[in-house]
Design a protein around this ligand. Structure first.
Ligand code: SF4
Ligand code: SF4
Length: 293
């Protein structure tokens, strides 16, 4: 029997599937017999901007908007967006948060030293403030079971036991909304998220996370980094975030409107391109940092 009414706030940055996740929760609520209202805010979402979705369900819902202190759960696909959404959380209610961090260019103060004006991964302090924190590295979990792009399904798997919609409602909603070819990866990611145990998983995964978002703190380049681009996931000229963000001008848009690595020798391995790419289309393999991740 699902809860008679409730409200969930989903937050993250563009490309992480917040809107899709919200549609799946809304559909699962509908299939559980509830009235549902949902609203979305997505500004520059294609360029990694913030995205949020308010969702409420019950016998009759007048408005989807959740006021401060009213959310029964906050689901954050990005660490800092989870912190920013804390005021919405009802006292004692759970925060589900991805340990993955997307550092805005303005917060990158020292690309060689790896210093960022970005909130530290202070899970202890967050747990003291919130109480029930369910934090996991959803990207790594999703990658392990199929595709990193299914990170939102991992977090839905964490959410599912809290909302108590019937299992068939979740499965049908998932199948109705994710692209057909990616259903196996999303279903596996959902199951992986649902299998996590709390609070043990929070401490295990927070302990394994790199202390700085780009995973290193070096001052001088010691060996060239290698860049791997997954063209099928890259939006090329329609996005161009990595091209504009690279401080060393290593990347460019080519004649096919695709991203090309034009100055590989200049790459410092700062991972800014990887951290900002909303589609997991670029990865930096840095021999120096590999041992630390
Ligand atoms: S690789 Fe660059 S251009 Fe392609 S999606 Fe990622 S950030 Fe955008
Ligand atoms: S290509 Fe990526 S990792 Fe290399 S310098 Fe540019 S932003 Fe940093």
């Amino acid at each position: 029997m699902s809860a008679p009414r409730g409200g969930v706030l989903l937050v993250g940055v563009g490309g992480q599937g917040v809107v899709l996740a919200s549609a799946i929760v809304a559909d699962a609520a509908l299939r559980s017999g509830h009235d549902v209202k949902q609203s979305e805010v997505h500004g520059m979402s294609q360029r990694g901007g913030i995205v949020s979705s308010h969702l409420r369900w019950g016998p009759a819902v007048a408005s989807p908007l959740i006021e401060a202190g009213e959310a029964d759960v906050v689901v954050a696909t990005e660490w800092n967006e989870g912190l920013r959404a804390l005021p919405y959380l009802r006292p004692g209610a759970p925060l589900i948060v991805n340990l993955h961090r997307v550092v805005p260019p303005g917060a990158c103060r020292d690309r060689l030293g790896g210093r960022f004006g970005y909130p530290p991964l202070a899970v202890d302090a967050l747990a003291r403030e919130v109480g029930d924190v369910r934090a996991c590295d959803a990207v790594s979990i999703a990658r392990r079971v199929g595709s990193p792009k299914a990170l939102n399904s991992v977090l839905l798997g964490v959410l599912a036991p809290l909302l108590q919609f019937p299992d068939h409602a979740w499965r049908e909603a998932l199948a109705a909304h994710v692209p057909r070819g990616s259903l196996p990866a999303n279903a596996a990611a959902f199951d992986a998220g649902r299998a996590l145990r709390w609070p043990e998983e929070t401490w295990a995964q927070a302990g394994a996370a790199a202390p700085s978002p780009n995973g290193h703190a070096r001052r001088a380049r010691e060996a060239p980094a290698a860049l791997a681009l997954t063209e099928a996931w890259c939006k090329g000229r329609a996005c161009g975030i990595c091209v504009h963000a690279c401080p060393e001008l290593c990347l460019a848009i080519d004649a096919r409107d695709r991203v090309a690595v034009v100055r590989p020798e200049a790459c410092t391995g700062c991972r800014l391109c990887e951290l900002l790419c909303p589609d997991f289309a670029i990865a930096v393999h840095d021999p120096f940092t590999a041992a630390r991740r």
